[in-house]
Design a binder for this molecule. Structure first.
Ligand SMILES: Nc1nc2c(c(=O)[nH]1)N[C@H]1C(S)=C(S)[C@@H](COP(=O)(O)O)O[C@H]1N2
Ligand SMILES: [Mo]
Length: 534
């Protein structure tokens, strides 16, 4: 027993000693790795001042990662991180970079060229990612390349200085004497870390100044619309605490897009082309767009990735130019059945031409709830076509409209497994009470929203614990293009209860019970919440 104890003690002691020794020896390598990675990123951000924020190494790699992400993983990210999916992705990229940097640094202390090789690989990956963007220009590779060159040079310098400081006697280094001891190494390391921080900071600050269009947006004046929307009747919104507001404030409006950095589109330089299968290709400036007769229209927008009961739906009062009028001016040719909107960052979104021209109010929208489009929602111009999910109707940062066919062209999400045409499915959501709420037994107010955009909602029913469906009270309707709110009083005995809701659209179709996934054209199923009455 005692022998065993001593052996264990010795083993643990040696292991621990070795671990401490190894860790201590790793410190310079870890430092060198992290500092050079910081330099690559920092210098990259500085160079991005010339080539644009989307070309900074981490952003370019992240954007390529978004495009390469398999659809199930992307649905998972939207489900679990929502609008925070981008910070989560960037954090992941920085952590991965840091882990590889640490390994590269530790390797570099023994074999500097292996470390430099890894830095070069990273530069190449960043450059490839930047050039892989659909809107890339040749110069976009410079942030990653120059970042890697500076980082590689710094790595060699730091490793040499460290090696010289370890064995001064055999130092054949060409470094100046001051850089050949411990203090010299630490000075160089601090200098490199400082350079990384300053270049990154300066880069970000200047990029933000140079590319941010917030100031230009604040100076945009949207002319009064020629066609006003009817006033929204106050009775669209039952006064129930916790029920969504009828108009979703811009600050609360969901955001779903692939843009890792928000596109900054200068309205003074913006143009919209209409081309492809048209008799008269057109090009429009922002001033010309604002000069067209503007239409005010209320519309509920929703995302195909919204799960039953989910948050990716909102309603706004939009102002824009008629999309149908513009297409008629351009003269759509026979056979053109798909209208493809392209954004400045290369997103493509395809809408059925037939629907755009069937009399519904499709817009080239310039305003949202009384202000120019927020940058996150597509400033200066986005498309909207009521009745379709956003991925097939609502191109933000729109710069190009192409008339083509569904046979000839698959848009971004269609290539990733979603349907070519995806009308909004009839949906309803219980907003009140919240899941797992505790409510007083007796009369309980249930309230929520229902939408079947462009068809409209005719009925909403609620039931408790699988009992008979009961008709809910519908609030006043605004238009068939907006959602409809509803309330219902249920009488609940003390205990656990499951509340369910289903809607009927204006064609008479009842929302199906069957649960289907968001891919390929939107979820179905009844929303339910479980609550306790006491
Ligand atoms: N340029 C661009 N436009 C886009 C997208 C995008 O990723 N990029 N996403 C679409 C999707 S999937 C939806 S649901 C709506 C969301 O619009 P919102 O962010 O203004 O709510 O925008 C659409 N327009
Ligand atoms: Mo979406």
């Amino acid at each position: 027993m005692r022998r065993f104890g001593r052996t264990v003690g010795r083993v643990v002691g040696t292991t621990f000693g070795t671990a401490v020794g190894t860790t201590a020896r790793a410190v310079p390598g870890v430092m060198i790795g992290l500092i050079t990675a910081g330099l690559a990123v920092g210098v990259g951000e500085l160079v991005a001042v010339w080539s644009g924020p989307q070309t900074a190494p981490a952003i370019a790699v992240g954007s390529a990662a978004i495009d390469l992400t398999p659809t199930p993983l992307k649905e998972y990210a939207i489900r679990n991180f929502g609008t925070d999916d981008k910070p989560v992705l960037l954090t992941g990229i920085y952590l991965t970079l840091a882990a590889i940097a640490v390994a590269a640094g530790i390797l570099a202390v023994r074999r500097p060229m292996v470390g430099v090789g890894l830095v070069a690989v990273f530069g190449a990956v960043g450059a490839w990612a930047a050039l892989s963007r659909p809107t890339a220009r040749g110069g976009d590779l410079w942030p990653s390349i120059l970042g890697a060159v500076v980082a590689g040079a710094a790595m060699v310098l730091l490793v040499r200085s460290y090696q010289a400081s370890q064995s001064p006697e055999e130092s054949a280094s060409r470094l100046p004497p001051w850089a050949q001891d411990r203090r010299g190494f630490l000075t160089l390391a601090a200098g490199a870390a400082g350079t990384a921080a300053v270049s990154g900071l300066v880069g970000r600050t200047v990029v933000d100044k140079r590319y941010n269009v917030a100031l230009k947006r604040s100076r945009v004046r949207i002319p009064a619309p020629a066609t006003r929307a009817a006033a929204i009747p106050p009775a669209v919104h039952p006064n129930v605490a916790g029920l969504s507001s009828f108009i979703t404030p811009n600050s609360d409006f969901y955001r779903v897009d692939t843009a890792l950095v928000l596109p900054q589109v200068d309205p003074d330089a913006w143009t919209l082309r209409i081309r492809g299968m048209v008799d008269r290709p057109l090009e429009l400036s922002f001033a010309e767009l604002l000069n067209r007769p503007l239409v005010e229209h209320d519309q509920t927008l929703s995302c195909v990735s919204n799960e039953v009961g989910g948050p990716y739906v909102g309603t706004a009062r939009w102002i824009g130019a008629s999309l149908a009028d513009l297409l008629r001016e351009a003269g759509v040719q026979r056979g053109a059945d798909q209208l493809v909107g392209r954004s400045i960052d290369g997103m493509t979104i395809g809408t059925p031409v037939e629907s755009v021209l069937d009399g519904r109010t499709g817009l080239l929208a310039v305003a949202m709830n009384g202000e120019p489009l927020p940058i996150a929602h597509g400033f200066p111009c986005r498309m909207l076509v009521p009745g379709f999910f956003g991925y097939v109707s609502a191109t933000k940062w729109l710069v190009d409209l192409e008339l083509t066919t569904f046979a000839d062209y698959d848009s971004y999400w269609v290539r990733r497994g979603y349907s070519k045409i995806a009308p909004v499915k009839t949906a309803s959501r219980i907003d009140v009470p919240k899941p797992f709420a505790k409510v007083p037994a007796g009369s309980v107010t249930v309230a929520g929203v229902a939408w079947a955009t462009h068809r409209g909602i005719d009925a909403v029913e609620v039931r408790a614990d699988g009992g008979p469906w009961q008709l809910a009270r519908l609030a006043a309707a605004d238009t068939p293009d907006t959602w409809r709110q509803w309330t219902h009083e249920l009488n609940l005995a003390p205990g656990l209860h499951k509340l369910e809701v289903r809607a009927t659209d204006a064609t008479g179709a009842v929302q199906p019970e069957q649960r289907v996934d968001t891919v390929p054209n939107g979820a179905t199923g009844w929303h339910s919440v479980v609550i306790t009455a006491a």
